[in-house]
Design a protein around this ligand. Structure first.
Ligand code: NZQ
Ligand code: ZN
Length: 392
């Protein structure tokens, strides 16, 4: 077992009508003025934004609002948010939405707590030294940003999507009412389920030793999401299924399923981030489109781990030949993705890059050949190119 730090400072307030407690939760954070940050309209349409504003007013918390965050959140709105927060002397940000809104809030928080250009942190030019405190009212189970140390932003100039990780951005609290996710389109629900599964699969398919407890938690988490993703396809209003998926989303990306491992692979995420930056696809759908191609490219470096995944998670019979069992596991996962109407290739994702464009994706993903991605196999620019080509 590897040494590890497990740090999850986020207070979770989970269940029906919990959003009504938001005013009090913000007040307890001891702030003077709040930025309420939200997306492109779903929270207005559902009435959630009005309810949150009313809860803040009732708690006598002063606030300003800024909407307009889009999926694959843009740097230009982050700059606008920082300007607004400076003008209004904001000292707390409340994100009402999904991963994109939360990540945009985190970036604004970085911009408020640090001098200079906030993009420097995403371009890895320097590390942030702080962030404004944040709270979250979650409306989609997917990215896990409500408890994670991560924020992912897209810079319009050059269309690059980059992440920044630090413990400063872990939210103070996360309000999670599964009922709020019932208005999601099926595609977003299922894309979210893929992302949740992938946050644990990235950690599970690693180069570390087996870990009884962490492996057991991970296997159960992935199976639970698979089961409930299918239920939600049939019945989007199933509260129990919504709740299982929502809680899995937070536990899948708060570090729990990485305890004692080597931190995981994360190549599929890096491959997706370029797709999200260039083609603006839904994150989870981008992940399922490249995962099979990635798995087949690397699994001979860790066949016994992929075979364990096949047996314990996918319910495949152990053939006693690790590579054979591993391949059956990958096939079973692809079948599952198709069964929840998620893509297993770039074509199914609706993206049709030419070979030249695939070269461009690989160039960007490898930082112009300056880095490798993944740990099951360390993948350079040429490997990345081949994986994208195989995923077409
Ligand atoms: O903008 P609105 O109108 O709210 O619509 C959103 C958006 O179109 C809609 N939606 C959200 N809640 C809804 C709803 N529609 C109806 N009813 C509701 N209750 O769903 C769409 C997707 O929202 P978004 O926030 O983009 O989804 P998600 O949570 O999947 O976030 C994706 C972003 O998070 C990043 C991804 O790369 C992507 O940019 N990630 C962030 C991570 C992190 N910070 O830890 C980790 C992840 O691996 C991921 O990279
Ligand atoms: Zn993800």
């Amino acid at each position: 077992m590897e040494n590890f730090h497990y740090y999850t400072p986020t207070r979770v307030v989970f269940g029906k009508e919990t959003e009504l407690q938001t005013g009090q939760l913000v007040k307890e954070c001891g702030c003077k003025k709040v930025l309420v940050h939200y997306g492109s309209g779903s929270v207005k349409k559902s009435g959630l934004l009005d309810r949150i504003c009313a809860a803040l007013e009732e708690a006598e918390v002063d606030f300003v609002t800024l909407g307009g965050v889009v999926p694959n959140p843009r740097l230009s709105l982050v700059y606008e948010g920082i300007r607004l927060c400076r003008e209004e002397s904001v000292d707390f940000i409340l994100a009402v939405g999904g991963g994109s809104v939360i990540d945009s809030a985190k970036a604004i928080g970085y911009g408020m707590a640090n001098e200079g250009d906030v993009w420097d942190f995403y371009a890895k030019k320097r590390a942030p030294q702080g962030c404004l405190p944040l709270g979250v009212v979650l409306t989609i189970a997917a990215a896990g940003s409500e408890m994670s140390d991560s924020s992912v932003i897209t810079k319009e100039e050059g269309w690059v999507k980059r992440g920044c990780n630090s413990n400063y951005v872990r939210p103070r609290f996360a309000v999670m009412n599964p009922e709020l996710t019932m208005t999601l389109p099926a595609y977003q629900t299922e894309s979210g389920c893929v992302d949740i599964m992938m946050h644990t699969m990235e950690r599970y398919l690693n180069q570390a030793d087996n870990m009884e407890l962490t492996d057991g938690i991970s296997e159960c988490l992935i199976r639970t999401v698979m089961k409930n993703a299918k239920i939600l396809l049939e019945n989007p209003k199933d509260y129990e299924a919504r709740a299982e998926v929502m809680w899995a989303g937070s536990l899948s990306h708060n570090g729990l399923t990485g305890c004692g491992t080597d931190g995981g692979d994360w190549a599929s995420h890096q491959l997706e981030h370029e797709l999200g930056g260039m083609y603006d696809v839904a994150h989870g759908a981008g992940l399922s489109a490249v995962w099979g191609s990635w798995a087949r490219y690397v699994m001979d470096a860790r066949p016994e781990r992929f075979a364990r995944f096949a047996v314990q998670v996918m319910g495949v019979e152990d053939t006693r030949n690790a590579m054979e069992t591993a391949e059956k596991g990958v096939q079973a996962m692809e079948e599952f993705y198709r069964s929840i109407e998620m893509p297993t290739s770039l074509e199914e994702l609706g993206v049709h890059p030419t070979e030249e464009e695939v070269r461009e994706l690989a160039r960007k993903c490898s930082f112009d050949g300056g880095r490798t991605i993944g740990c099951v196999k360390k993948l350079d620019q040429e490997d990345i190119f081949r994986i994208y080509m195989n995923a077409r």
